[in-house]
Design a binder for this molecule. Structure first.
Ligand SMILES: *[C@@H]1O[C@H](CO)[C@@H](O)[C@H](O)[C@H]1NC(C)=O
Ligand SMILES: *[C@@H]1O[C@H](CO)[C@@H](O)[C@H](O)[C@H]1NC(C)=O
Ligand SMILES: *[C@@H]1O[C@H](CO)[C@@H](O)[C@H](O)[C@H]1NC(C)=O
Ligand SMILES: *[C@@H]1O[C@H](CO)[C@@H](O)[C@H](O)[C@H]1NC(C)=O
Ligand SMILES: *[C@@H]1O[C@H](CO)[C@@H](O)[C@H](O)[C@H]1NC(C)=O
Ligand SMILES: *[C@@H]1O[C@H](CO)[C@@H](O)[C@H](O)[C@H]1NC(C)=O
Ligand SMILES: *[C@@H]1O[C@H](CO)[C@@H](O)[C@H](O)[C@H]1NC(C)=O
Ligand SMILES: *[C@@H]1O[C@H](CO)[C@@H](O)[C@H](O)[C@H]1NC(C)=O
Ligand SMILES: *[C@@H]1O[C@H](CO)[C@@H](O)[C@H](O)[C@H]1NC(C)=O
Ligand SMILES: *[C@@H]1O[C@H](CO)[C@@H](O)[C@H](O)[C@H]1NC(C)=O
Ligand SMILES: *[C@H]1O[C@H](CO)[C@@H](O)[C@H](O)[C@H]1NC(C)=O
Length: 861
């Protein structure tokens, strides 16, 4: 009891109604209104077999959807203030005399959907306040029910099989539900006797009761009858309903339901004037005629409908074009639901009717009407008038042509609407059309739902829809919307176009023309449209936008402008392909957040990356004032490919920062090493090819100075000199004395000596290169001095390069060893040549001299 009291205290201290597990039985939930110690217990759907013992101050017990088959006598004896109890959907077999003994305050008992076959008359004897009783869908025989103690009932739900008359005991009933939809019902014929003793009824549910006939006078004495449901009596038909209409002017009828009073697979219906003539004298506000296969409406029917009618439900019919449409303007409805037109149906077991005086086939009567579908909104093309080339071109995607079409209004198709209509529901009508230019009749339409059709292309414009504030065209497989489609719907505030294929057209709207006239738009739903990107200016005219949903698209960046939408509250970008949000966009988003106003951003289900490049984004996640919806569910991929939840962005940021600082130094280190390596390599390359480079340099330089080599016509080069003599200054005596003498004077060769033949005023290196290039051979006078001289070695190297690159590796070098040099004195490049090529040693004796000169002359000439 103490625990119990404290539980209640907790309840009192909290001022909201809260459900908690009850202290006395944790399978149940207890709740109490603020400041009250009385409370309700909900034990529904807990597979309870044995009823718990409830504390005293419980006012309402819900035990529905359990497995209770017995209520022990006096079980609720202590619950003196219990008012409502429900045992719906259990396995009860009987209600005994003492089942509810003691609960004298009970006002409502629900024992529907059990297995009750026996109800004792005494059950209700001491329940003077009982007003509501639901016994539907049990095994009871209504005729055998003793109603002695039920005379105070105001509402009753019961099965009703083949009973001729409702007994007099229940004269206080206001609401009677014998519908076969939620129980069992069968009354073939309703006569004035059937409800003779129930004049006080205001709600009567007779749906699915297999009614075949209703006689005049059945409802006449029900002055207060407010709602009558005759739906699903498929044998009744409109012709059988006529007798009902005679009585209705004597009632207070407001809501009349006549859904499916016609079989699914019968001839279509034509609604006639005589069907509804008497309805004019009623004050019906709501009429339901769903699923009646109504195809035609006789002209005049609309003007016979009550002037009070505001809500009209006529889904699942097959309306077609007819003259009645000219009256549709005067229909005073504010709300019309024409969903599921032309819906498909599965075969079903059909009721067998007792009669019928054969109804004239609807088809026979329809021959005068053209078989056009009123909702066929394709541009008019009457039989015989084929669509011409010019009209065809108007349907082209060319927006210029569309503008022309708009200016010449004649091409718009006319769409009639009731003048006072505010809401039109036009869902799921199996309509596969493109929406052409449509001119609506004068209207005050505010809410238009055309979702779940197949309006696959929106060409428009929709003209004369000046009051529309809500438009739903979701689920239409639409892949095209023209730039003028929304031209004339300036007051649109909420637009749902999700679940289409607008990703095919929106990315091309670079100037934001599609939405440019919708200045008042506050909410737009573009979810699931396969949008890969949105142009920067797409929302340029929508400064008032509060809510944008782009969920389930293919966006990999936020490319559209946001900063001008200062009222933005919700931006849903969940389930896209964002890997992060760029700094620019983050700044823009942050800028749209005004003080006292919250912006909520949903980024769930994006393949974020948490790497060193996106570290700024991770930081932003916990620093921004924007509320990130569902942030705990965001996932991201680390640089090592691991996928983690971003539960705590600030901790993740610290972790990343640490990793990335080492990453940065790694990058710097690597860069330095790379640069060093590169420097070394290039230095090595330069060193390796230093001679070639120098050679090239001087060759180019010489060429630049106009010293082109002279070539003869037959590929044979003509050289200025026969040989260039490369020698050290110390050996000049030998050259000047011996060489010139022997070779030039005696053998007539032309030699090039730097002392004599170099051009003055030109760089010595250039002179050398040029001289080598102009000489057929190069004779190197090898000596200790030669090896030590910088310029001599330069000449030697240049000659080598010349032989490799200009003479096709022909041997042009010829070594003359003036003195004996051991191979260890020779540098590698000289040694190389000595080993592979010819050289000659200068003999210092007379005879040898002769041979030497002859040989040399031979080589050079
Ligand atoms: C009962 O609970 C089950 C599982 O908790 C649920 O699937 C079922 O819809 C519930 N039934 C009703 C009638 O609430
Ligand atoms: C009790 O039952 C009546 C009639 O069914 C209902 O109007 C009322 O809301 C119920 N009260 C509670 C607390 O469930
Ligand atoms: C329903 O009651 C009958 C007897 O009236 C009984 O034979 C049957 O087993 C019961 N069904 C269930 C599901 O309890
Ligand atoms: C009907 O209600 C009245 C007043 O509440 C009460 O006196 C009378 O006993 C009730 N009748 C029955 C059969 O419970
Ligand atoms: C109900 O009981 C009466 C007589 O007690 C009987 O004539 C009638 O056929 C029964 N009705 C049903 C549907 O069993
Ligand atoms: C109904 O029950 C009352 C009280 O138990 C009894 O007096 C009366 O005879 C019963 N009526 C019928 C028709 O069984
Ligand atoms: C209409 O009611 C009369 C009796 O009032 C009856 O004779 C006639 O058959 C009923 N019509 C239909 C179609 O049920
Ligand atoms: C319908 O309403 C009008 C005006 O409110 C009233 O005069 C008339 O009696 C009502 N008719 C019915 C059948 O209730
Ligand atoms: C329109 O009618 C359909 C079919 O009866 C129904 O499913 C839908 O809920 C209705 N819509 C509105 C807004 O009444
Ligand atoms: C339509 O125009 C095209 C060229 O614009 C022409 O080739 C074609 O024959 C025309 N078709 C008709 C039916 O006039
Ligand atoms: C119910 O609420 C609190 C708990 O009772 C307790 O103080 C009060 O006495 C109880 N009322 C009852 C049990 O009538």
């Amino acid at each position: 009891m103490l625990i119990f009291a404290s539980v209640i205290l907790v309840f009192i201290s909290t001022s909201v109604i809260e459900s908690r597990r009850c202290a006395f039985d944790t399978r149940c939930y207890c709740s109490s209104p603020p400041g009250s110690s009385l409370y309700k217990v909900d034990c529904s759907n807990r597979t309870i077999r044995y009823i718990p013992v409830f504390p005293k101050n419980v006012t309402s017990i819900d035990l529905s959807f359990n497995m209770i088959n017995r209520i022990p006598d006096l079980h609720f004896a202590v619950n003196a203030i219990l008012r409502n109890i429900s045992f719906s959907h259990n396995l009860l077999n009987r209600l005994d005399s003492h089942t509810f003994s003691g609960s004298s305050e009970l006002s409502s008992i629900k024992v529907d959907n059990n297995n009750i076959s026996m109800v004792s008359a005494e059950t209700f004897r001491f329940l003077p306040k009982l007003r509501h009783l639901d016994l539907k869908n049990n095994k009871l025989n209504f005729t055998n029910l003793n109603l002695t103690y039920l005379s105070n009932l105001t509402s009753l739900g019961i099965d009703f099989l083949n009973v001729i008359q409702f007994p007099a005991e229940l004269a206080n009933l206001k609401s009677l539900d014998i519908s076969g939809e939620s129980g069992r019902c069968e009354i073939k014929i309703l006569t004035p006797d059937t409800f003779k003793y129930l004049p006080g009824l205001n709600a009567l549910k007779l749906s699915a009761c297999k009614i075949n006939h209703v006689y005049k006078g059945t409802f006449r004495n029900m002055k207060n009858l407010f709602a009558l449901d005759l739906s699903f009596n498929t044998c009744l038909k409109f012709s059988g309903f006529v007798n009902v209409t005679y009585d209705l002017p004597h009632t207070s009828i407001k809501i009349l339901k006549l859904n499916k009073i016609h079989k699914t697979f019968e001839m279509n219906t034509k609604l006639m004037k005589f069907h509804v003539r008497y309805l004019r004298y009623t004050n019906i506000t709501e009429l339901h005629v769903d699923s009646n296969r109504i195809q035609q409406v006789e002209k005049g029917v609309i003007s016979l409908l009550p002037h009070t009618i505001r809500n009209l439900y006529m889904s699942d019919n097959v309306f077609s074009y007819g003259s009645y449409l000219s009256e549709i303007f005067i229909l005073p409805v504010h709300f019309a639901n024409v969903s599921f037109l032309f819906d498909t149906h599965n075969p079903e077991i059909e009721e067998i009717c007792e009669h019928h005086d054969e109804e004239p086939s609807a088809n026979q009567r329809q021959q005068n009407d053209e078989g056009f579908n009123i909702f066929d909104i394709r541009p008019f093309h009457r039989p015989g008038k084929r669509q011409t080339n010019s009209t065809f071109s108007k349907l082209n995607k060319d927006s210029k042509l569309e503008k022309n079409a708009f200016q010449s209004l004649d091409h718009s198709k006319f769409f009639p609407l009731p003048r006072l209509l505010k809401t039109l529901i036009y869902r799921q009508c199996q309509l596969r059309y493109e929406i052409p230019s449509l001119r609506f009749s004068d209207n005050t339409l505010e809410y238009l739902d055309g979702s779940s059709n197949i309006f696959y292309s929106w060409k428009g414009p929709l003209l004369n829809l000046n009051h529309v504030r809500f438009l739903n065209l979701s689920n239409n497989l639409c892949s095209y919307v023209s730039k003028v489609f929304f031209l004339s719907t300036p007051n649109l505030q909420i637009m749902h176009v999700d679940n289409n294929l607008l990703g095919f057209v929106l990315p091309d709207d670079v100037n934001g023309e599609i939405l440019q006239n919708l200045h008042k738009l506050e909410e737009i739903n573009l979810a699931y449209n396969r949008i890969p990107s949105l142009p920067y200016k797409f929302f340029k005219s929508q400064a008032l936008l509060k809510k944008i949903s782009l969920s389930g698209n293919m966006l990999d960046e936020i490319s559209f402008k946001i900063s001008h939408m200062i009222h933005l509250r919700h931006l849903d970008l969940s389930y896209n392909r964002l890997s992060s949000i760029s700094k620019d966009v983050r700044d823009h988003l942050d800028k749209t957040v005004r003080p006292n106003m919250k912006l909520e951003l949903d980024l769930t289900g994006n393949p974020f990356k948490c790497t060193c490049e996106t570290i700024g984004f991770v930081k932003w996640m916990f620093q921004t004032a924007i509320k990130l919806h569902n942030q705990r569910k965001y996932q991201c991929k680390l640089s090592n490919g691991e996928k983690i939840f971003i539960q705590n962005p600030s901790r993740l940021y610290e972790k990343l920062k640490k990793e990335c600082s080492s990453f940065t130094s790694l990058i710097i280190g690597t860069t330095v090493v790379m640069l060093l390596l590169l420097a070394i390599i290039s230095w090595a390359m330069i060193y390796r090819y230093r001679w070639k480079l120098r050679y090239m340099y001087y060759m180019v330089k010489n060429r630049y100075h106009g010293q082109q080599p002279i070539t003869s016509t037959e590929n044979e080069r003509i050289y200025t000199y026969d040989a260039f003599i490369s020698y050290a200054d110390n050996d000049r005596f030998f050259v000047h004395e011996k060489f010139l003498n022997k070779l030039e004077d005696e053998s007539g060769l032309k030699l090039c000596l730097h002392k004599r033949d170099f051009l003055p005023g030109i760089d010595i290196a250039a002179n050398i290169t040029n001289a080598i290039h102009e000489s057929r051979k190069v004779v190197v006078i090898m000596s200790q001095h030669f090896l030590k001289s910088y310029w001599c070695m330069f000449e030697y190297n240049m000659a080598r390069i010349e032989s490799i690159y200009s003479r096709n590796k022909e041997n042009i070098l010829f070594l003359v060893f003036l003195e004996e040099l051991s191979s260890k004195d020779l540098p590698l490049i000289v040694l190389e040549l000595v080993q592979s090529q010819s050289y000659i040693e200068y003999p210092h004796d007379e005879y040898g001299n002769e041979v030497f000169w002859t040989k040399l002359t031979e080589v050079l000439s």
